[in-house]
Design a protein around this ligand. Sequence first.
Ligand code: FAQ
Length: 330
Amino acid sequence: MYAQLVETGVKRLKTLDEMAPEERAFQEKIDAEIKIEAKNWMPEAYRQTLVRQISQHAHSEIVGMLPEGNWVTRAPTLKRKLQLMAKVQDEAGHGLYLYSAMETLGADRDVEIGKMLAGKAKYSSIFNYPTLTWADMGAVGWLVDGAAIVNQVVLQRTSYGPYSRAMVRICKEESFHQRQGYEMLLTMMRYGTPAQKEMVQDAINRFWWPSLMMFGPSDADSPNSAQSMAWKIKRQGNDELRQRFIDQTIPQLELLGCTVPDPDLKWNEETGHYDFGEIQWEEFYQVLKGNGPCNRERLEARCKATKEGAWVREAAVAYAKKQQAKRSAA
Ligand code: FAQ
């Protein structure tokens, strides 16, 4: 496996023979499926890759609260409102969990969040799209959380222990999110008015391609994949996971009685997978550059929340210090 990656990676990776003894021992441990823990030796580049990926993941969870938070006050029933509030709160919890996992690598939470607020650190492209109707809440749950699960289930086996353990819990909650989204759409398609059914189809039309982009660029254009796969930070390539998502989502789409905006989507008997059309990568890279429909709005909302919530963080730190002083005195 490792030798193959050395050959096929976008960047040429070092062979075991070319590695320093410490680095080779590290790679052998990874190859033997032994988890790396916070206090273990690790190559600096491994640490930095994890800080990059985990912090981006955490920022995504936090920014990801905004498109759905937008609809909490407009949920159509009390039950839907409670569901949506619980989901949005779960995403906050995932973000905090992930920031904690990132801190075990010696990274500073405020510094990393500062990079995101300054527009210098990425978060998932999907959250730069607007949520225009109530059906978008269903589409986000079903498609966005659905895509997130496909990616995160695999990350439960990532080589870094704290990240892998965080993923186990996060995946359980994401699966509830996916199901509540799907059930919402199914209800609208089964019992809704023609206008509501149209709303569902419109939401799917807008979220389909951006959901496929969540998996990142094609493996051939992914600068980080080869090394991350060799280190088993990533366990499967971007394309393989995207294909898995499509294969498992289309039967659910058919049950809904909806379509996706892809005339090239077709079951391929030979490969046992769905063929699909060309992804508009130019759009993806524009969103990454900050030019998506909501990039500016999302960053402004996070900057405002950080500023307005400063007194809460200060009070929490002061309280924790007071409690610690009391405990030390006792
Ligand atoms: N958006 O070489 P690769 C969620 C960047 S959680 C923005 O393939 P890598 C839950 C990538 O960072 C969703 N940027 O990179 C929820 C890299 O940039 P850099 C988040 C993207 O890291 C639901 C560059 O492109 N999930 O949704 C994207 O090996 C509902 C080259 O790409 C995770 O973060 C993108 N879509 O693979 C919350 C999962 N794709 O840093 C609220 C963990 C790629 O070199 C509501 N992360 N880029 O400048 C991963 O698995 C990986 O980081 C990938 C990217 C697969 C996302």
